[in-house]
Design a protein around this ligand. Structure first.
Ligand SMILES: [Zn+2]
Length: 233
């Protein structure tokens, strides 16, 4: 028996009429702990993380690299209910974004692990056992890297933050990068030509698009709109 999450197919700020759907992912009921977390990944909401992971610069311009795990203060983790599910978290309540991000990553892994025929092996497994999914609301981007998937926000002109943790398309796209690195490996230094970077982005978009097509409501909508004739989709 899988584990239930409440997931937005389209984020509420893209489509104000959208409401999250209850989706069951493959994680065995009871296997997902506080965070959410399991033996392959965990979500944290750092309380005071100012910068994303990767290469940053100190006050004098000295570059330094920061990588997970996040060891400082975090907001309260999302907790499973007594049956081991997370669908009791409602939008706009503490813990919902964390549960939503985890559910979206697991849903995308479920879809694409079926296509590649095996569980994804993180490309960073030599140094990190688990993926850290961190939510960084003040950062205006999202990224997948060595041991981390970070989710910032998009900012509107009037300064409102639209969190990527609620955006399935963005999260699934970042998981797409994980599949490219895992299946094809990491390019050698100097080999990250524009064509390679373009491929990374395009393939990750395909991962996201095809993963979205596995939501029952999306399938139903596409078939309704096209009346089954996918050539006009
Ligand atoms: Zn990308």
């Amino acid at each position: 028996m899988g584990t239930r999450f409440r997931l937005f197919v389209q984020p509420p700020f893209e489509d104000p009429t959208s409401s999250p759907e209850i989706i069951t992912v493959s994680s065995p009921r009871g296997s997902v702990g506080p965070g959410p977390s399991d033996d392959r990944m965990y979500v944290v909401e750092p309380a005071d993380k100012m910068r994303p992971y990767g290469v940053n610069h100190g006050p004098l311009g000295t570059p330094f690299i920061s990588l997970p795990p996040w060891t400082r203060a975090i907001l309260d983790p999302a907790i499973p209910d007594e049956e081991g599910n997370f669908d009791h978290y409602q939008p706009s309540t503490p813990g919902f974004e964390a549960a939503h991000a985890f559910g979206c990553v697991r849903f995308t892994l479920d879809v694409w692990e079926r296509y590649i025929g095996q569980p994804l092996v993180w490309h960073f497994h030599d140094h990190h056992d688990r993926l850290e999914i961190s939510i960084l609301p003040d950062w205006d981007n999202a990224q997948y890297g060595y041991g981390f998937l970070e989710l910032g926000s998009q900012f509107t002109k009037d300064g409102r933050a639209l969190p990527f943790s609620l955006d399935f398309d963005i999260i699934a796209h970042e998981v797409g990068h994980a599949f490219v690195y895992s299946v094809l490996g990491i390019p050698k230094p100097g080999a990250e030509f524009p064509e390679y970077l373009g491929f990374q982005e395009a393939f990750s978009d395909c991962v996201s698009l095809i993963a979205a097509m596995h939501f029952p409501s999306v399938i139903e909508n596409v078939l309704t709109v096209t009346r089954g004739n996918l050539y006009i989709a």
